[in-house]
Design a protein around this ligand. Structure first.
Ligand SMILES: *Cc1c(COP(=O)(O)O)cnc(C)c1O
Length: 402
């Protein structure tokens, strides 16, 4: 039997021009990380010792007092919120999601987003109550202060392209106000490259995904104060058991962080920029497509390619182009989260130069087919929404039984 999972289980290969998307396997794990994970998988290790060692690595990289590893960032949110409800009281930890005392967790309304699941649910899972502050596109100091004065177990801040960033409370003001009121702050930085900023500002806990830009295995990294990290880790004796991080997750996260410390970031950036420039060259001149470099939404050091579709000139909608790319074999996955605005983004992080060329060739081919085949501008955005919902519900637990 073949050792290639794609052949063995008849899986569809993917070229990933979308960055780090959990729905298609997040990232390419570096060989050095895979080797360490492989070694630990064949061994036994005291998990308390392993997690303490992970804390040493996390502290060194982030500047925090302590750290631990969870199953993923969503689990890290649930466990660190739980920690704010229970402290290190084992009876309280075992009692969750029934919480004693103040259960209020403050969250700016514009940060109540969906990264594949809702942020507020990750908080509620711990037994906490989410208190939205401000409105969808505006949060002011007085909104936060008023709720802090009512008392709170914690306040959560999300840094992400998913959030509404116009008129949000800046992180420094948020952390400072919470500190003034003695309320711990948890910062979700799942997909953000800045490993030191929030800790330096005085955040109590900061969360990163091990499997996004860090290119590790599926894991969540929590950096924070000794007290809060102990209480976060101790949740493994309670609700954290449901969110278990095994030895492979912990070692995978540690290895990824250490690789990040020695990675030649400038060279990686140059290689990514070369792919971006190639795309800009290849795609310029396709009728109805405006292509330009696009700086990352939250200031991460990534430049992507923005393809703005003008449907009347191109003869198709952005979502139709993205849909046809996804229907190819191999599937080509682009960032189509803003297709509603006729925008598609190409991300250079998780593909080879050769794959990058295949992406631009496929875009040229599919654009031509959509235009000349008379099939463009036939599917509305509302129909796409309905199709996506139907596709979600059409999943079946037996791939053979079509
Ligand atoms: C990806 C993401 C998450 C979830 O991360 P996982 O590690 O996959 O659970 C949470 N918050 C934000 C902002 C994200 O981008």
């Amino acid at each position: 039997m073949t050792n290639d999972p794609f052949k063995r289980w008849n899986l569809t290969p993917i070229i990933n021009a979308s960055g780090t998307m959990t729905s298609i396997g997040a990232s390419r794990v570096a060989p050095q990380t895979r080797a360490l994970v492989d070694r630990i998988l064949d061994s036994f290790v005291d998990m308390d010792e392993l997690q303490a060692s992970a804390g040493t690595v996390i502290s060194r990289v982030t500047g925090s007092e302590a750290g631990c590893v969870t199953a993923c960032s969503a689990a890290a949110m649930t466990q660190s919120v739980a920690a704010c409800l229970t402290g290190s009281d084992l009876a309280r930890i075992e009692a969750l999601p029934k919480a004693m005392g103040n259960r209020r967790v403050l969250l700016q309304m514009g940060h109540m987003v969906n990264y594949g699941a809702p942020v507020d649910q990750a908080i509620r899972l711990a037994g906490a109550e989410v208190v939205p502050i401000g409105t969808a596109a505006a949060c002011e100091t007085w909104h936060l202060r008023a709720e802090l004065e009512q008392g709170a177990a914690a306040a959560l801040y999300v840094v992400s392209h998913h959030t509404v960033r116009e008129n949000e409370l800046p992180l420094d003001i948020f952390v400072a106000l919470c500190r003034e009121h003695g309320v711990p702050t948890i910062v979700d930085m799942a997909s953000e490259y800045d490993l030191v900023g929030p800790i330096a500002l005085g955040a109590s806990a900061v969360i990163y995904s091990g499997h996004k830009f860090l290119s590790g295995v599926t894991s969540g990294i929590v950096a924070g104060t000794s007290e809060l990290i102990r209480a976060t880790y101790l949740q493994h004796r309670g609700i954290g058991r449901t969110l278990k991080a095994g030895k492979e997750s912990v070692v995978g996260a540690m290895a990824a962080l250490e690789l990040w410390e020695v990675r030649d970031h400038d060279n990686v950036r140059l290689a990514e920029e070369a792919r971006v420039n190639r795309w800009l060259d290849d795609l310029t001149g396709i009728a109805g497509l405006i292509v330009e470099p696009h700086a990352d939404w939250t200031g991460n050091p990534i430049t992507r390619v923005l393809i703005k579709v003008e449907p009347d000139v191109a003869g198709f909608h952005a979502w139709e182009l993205a849909g046809r790319l996804e229907a190819r074999i191999p599937r080509i996955v682009v960032r189509s989260g803003l297709a509603e605005r006729q925008e598609i983004y190409l991300d250079p992080c998780n593909l080879s130069d050769d794959e990058a060329v295949q992406v631009s060739t496929a875009i040229g081919d599919e654009a031509a087919r959509l235009r000349t085949g008379g099939i463009g501008k036939s599917v509305s955005w509302s129909e796409v929404k309905a199709e996506r919902e139907a596709a979600t519900l059409a999943w079946r637990g037996n791939g053979d039984a079509a």
